[in-house]
Design a binder for this molecule. Structure first.
Ligand SMILES: Cc1cc2nc3c(=O)[nH]c(=O)nc-3n(C[C@H](O)[C@H](O)[C@H](O)COP(=O)(O)OP(=O)(O)OC[C@H]3O[C@@H](n4cnc5c(N)ncnc54)[C@H](O)[C@@H]3O)c2cc1C
Length: 354
């Protein structure tokens, strides 16, 4: 019999829990180190793309996630007034609340996995594998790739929440203004909303009540629907945070340590891919470790994941620049309107030829 291999997972968020859930408990002696005393109860909806749903299926929880989430069917890119610029179809996107997803991932972790509560400031000893699943401000990343690899704050704030009552179909979508975005979608009987805009509010800690006030005044020229959502939102059902991104990385593994999720490739939220890629990283790495010797598994993980996730990180930033355009906003909207006309023309032609 082979001796159990030690794995220390720093961070029990989406990536850390998913990895603990897929590693073979007969082969690995796993410990999750998490600073948060309990799972969060407030959180907004995460969009899960089909590849992330495949990862959930490999963890055995896709059915449970589907039963608690909702398929995102359609939406539109809109002007702040609500006028649609471009209509979009959901294409198999599943919306699930982050607290619900974390709860289901947590339940999928085998009982044999040890839980250490508290912040990790120094990496565990050299024996075994240390996994940095500790998010955007990863200390594992800083330890193995140096201080210059630390994430950087963007000028953008994300304020978001869930309020009671489902939105009307004509209000669903993403509103692109001049240097600001607002999103609205149904979520488990309520409405999930998010706003993102340039702000130097709270360089250290952001007070949710203050962020909400700033958001209300920034979106005062938006449609009635947007203003109603913001009037209903409260600090208790909202979150506010600065958006951080990490600089490029060419390798995710070094010696006995490896990075997954935001620790490896924190990206702007504009493509809705960060949590999806965190899940796929974890499941890919876990399966490789289950099948191959550690060095080979880490090398194969790099080949499968580095290029793809770094490209998504860049694409997400580009999307953010378009969505949050300031000077180029009028030109952007004219182009979007043209694309929107072509897309709906093509759809109508496809419908009539059926
Ligand atoms: C506004 C916004 C909207 C988003 N929307 C989407 C979306 O629709 N779809 C999508 O796929 N992604 C989305 N994302 C991205 C997604 O939230 C992240 O990519 C995802 O949470 C990354 O998961 P993770 O497990 O890598 O990191 P995290 O979720 O950050 O988890 C890291 C964990 O490590 C713990 N930790 C950190 N440091 C330490 C330490 N030193 N010691 C112990 N524990 C530690 C933390 O407490 C935390 O539990 C969005 C992000 C934002 C900001």
């Amino acid at each position: 019999m082979r001796p159990m291999e030690k794995v220390d997972i720093i961070g029990g968020g989406i990536a850390g829990l998913a990895l603990a859930g897929i590693l073979d408990p007969g082969r690995f002696d796993v410990t999750i180190h998490e600073q948060r005393p309990e799972l969060p109860t407030v959180g907004t909806t995460l969009a899960m793309w089909p590849a992330a749903q495949q990862a959930l299926s490999e963890l055995g929880i896709l059915g449970a996630v589907r039963s608690r989430g909702a398929m995102i069917k359609a939406g539109a890119l809109r002007r702040p007034s609500g006028e649609p610029l471009l209509s979009m179809e959901g294409k198999g996107l599943l919306g699930v609340s982050r607290p619900e997803l974390l709860r289901l991932l947590d339940m999928a972790v085998p009982r044999s996995v040890r839980r250490e509560m508290g912040r990790v400031d120094h990496l565990p000893g050299a024996a075994g594998l240390t996994v940095g699943a500790d998010g955007v401000n990863s200390i594992v990343r800083r330890n193995i790739r140096g201080r210059q690899s630390s994430a950087k704050p963007t000028p953008f704030l994300a304020v978001r929440g869930v309020i009671p009552g489902t939105p009307l179909p004509q209000d669903i979508g993403e509103y692109w203004g001049r240097g600001q975005i607002f999103g609205l979608a149904p979520a488990g009987g309520g409405s999930n909303w998010y706003a993102s805009f340039r702000s130097d509010l709270g360089s250290e800690r952001i007070e949710v009540a203050e962020a909400l006030e700033v958001t209300r005044s920034r979106y005062a020229n938006h449609s009635r629907a947007v203003q109603d959502v913001l009037a209903t939102a409260t600090p208790e059902n909202s979150l506010a945070q600065r958006i951080w991104i990490s600089p490029p990385l060419a390798r995710y593994a070094q010696g006995n340590a490896v990075l997954v999720g935001d620790a490896a490739h924190a990206m702007t939220p504009n493509l809705g891919r960060g949590a999806c890629e965190a899940l796929i990283d974890a499941v890919t790495l876990g399966k490789l470790l289950n099948e191959l010797p550690k060095e080979k598994a880490l090398a194969a993980y790099g080949r499968k994941r580095v290029m793809r996730t770094q490209l998504l990180r860049i694409a997400s930033s580009l999307m953010g620049s378009v969505a949050l355009a300031q000077g180029a906003q009028p030109l952007r909207d004219v182009l979007l309107k043209q694309v929107g006309k072509r897309v709906s023309g093509a759809r109508e032609r496809a419908e009539t030829s059926k």
